[in-house]
Design a protein around this ligand. Structure first.
Ligand code: RB5
Length: 159
């Protein structure tokens, strides 16, 4: 499994911790910044980079972290094809995969502690989408809405 991970400065420490946590499980994590937790950094370019890695197929899932998880989840959800879920517990993470087929997990480093954050990541990565049933119908419905409203050529997002 390949993971793209990115954060702003507020999410930097948690990003490093999650990378270590996944490394110990043999899961490869590609770090899309920010480069450190010292210099104030907008969550937008790092969220965008994680989202583009997911959409391009370079990775299976993205993990996007900022202080609250709000800014970076909003950002990643601006990219066509991204279903980012901001989760504060394991139940939300499981449902985000099973019911919503989320492809990005967003976390708030100032909201959840490090141990809970790692459990949320594990729960998210352990679940599969319940494809073919009622949840598929709803996700397809979301995709239709997206196709009606996102007018940018998805190829252009990678430029
Ligand atoms: C940075 O101070 C903070 O605003 C950011 O990490 C995030 O919480 C925004 O949504």
């Amino acid at each position: 499994m390949r993971i793209a991970i990115g954060s702003d400065h507020a999410g930097y420490q948690l990003k490093r911790l999650i990378m270590d946590h996944l490394y110990k499980q043999g899961i490869a994590c590609e770090d899309y910044g920010a480069p450190n937790g010292i210099d104030a950094a907008s969550y937008v370019p790092f969220g965008q980079a994680v989202a583009n890695a997911v959409i391009s197929g370079a990775v299976d899932y993205g993990i996007a972290i900022c202080g609250t998880g709000l800014g970076i989840s909003m950002t990643t959800n601006k990219i066509k094809g991204i279903r980012a879920a901001l989760c504060v517990n394991e139940y939300m993470a499981r449902m985000a995969r099973q019911h919503n087929n989320a492809n990005v997990l967003a976390l708030g480093a100032r909201v959840v502690g490090p141990a809970l954050a790692c459990s949320i990541v594990d729960a998210f990565l352990a679940e599969d989408f319940e494809a073919g049933g009622r949840h598929q119908v709803r996700v397809d419905e979301m995709t239709r809405l997206e196709n009606q409203n996102f007018k940018i050529d998805p190829e252009a997002q990678h430029d």
